[in-house]
Ligand binder design. Sequence first.
Ligand SMILES: *Cc1c(COP(=O)(O)O)cnc(C)c1O
Length: 224
Amino acid sequence: MMFDVKGNLKQVLAKLPQGVRLVAISKYHPNEYIEAAYEEGQRIFGESHEQELRQKVETLPKDIEWHFIGHLQTNKVKYIAPYITMIEAVDSLKLLREIDKQAAKNERVIDVLLELHIAEEETKYGLTPDACRQLLSEGQWRELTHVRICGLMMMASYVEDEQQIRNEFRIAKNLFDELKDRYFADAPWFKERSWGMSHDYPIAVEEGSTMVRVGTSIFGPRVY
Ligand SMILES: *Cc1c(COP(=O)(O)O)cnc(C)c1O
């Protein structure tokens, strides 16, 4: 039976203040779920697997803005470069360079976010705050004219402790402000703070998120 996608979407949107955008995370969910959200006016969707995304892009409406939210291997960039609206989880100069190269081939500029790793969970992905500072201070990214760094993305720890989640969002917000001052004061596009998922987006919004990535609360549990 189909989840009440439209009702759920409305409930999530009702909790978002003006200026906070919703990326509906549709990974592992069928086209009919995405179409239901689309009929309600949702246009930004997020996916984390290149092949799944490719199939959806081919069959779903062309005015959907797709965000790539998962770990992206450099050899997959060429497949999404022609159409992707935003690549949210960039965590190395190598990946940034490849996005720049493929964007240039497609004669476009691709918007990206730098992925932070602040949560306590061990993961190979994401930049620690210091690694993020270092990447920007080294300056090679300035030569990449076909990528536009639009802000930061992060996932808080998956814990019950609300204070811990809140603190992690605050660390991310403080780093955003620091980087904005230091590197992007003259870059109005550096404005996105992508944090907040189904279990923590109301907290994320209180802590300065501009973009929440919500899947389960809209589409129900994923069947892997
Ligand atoms: C899957 C995913 C989400 C959505 O998670 P939900 O708990 O289903 O809302 C958000 N961000 C990233 C990076 C994800 O991989």
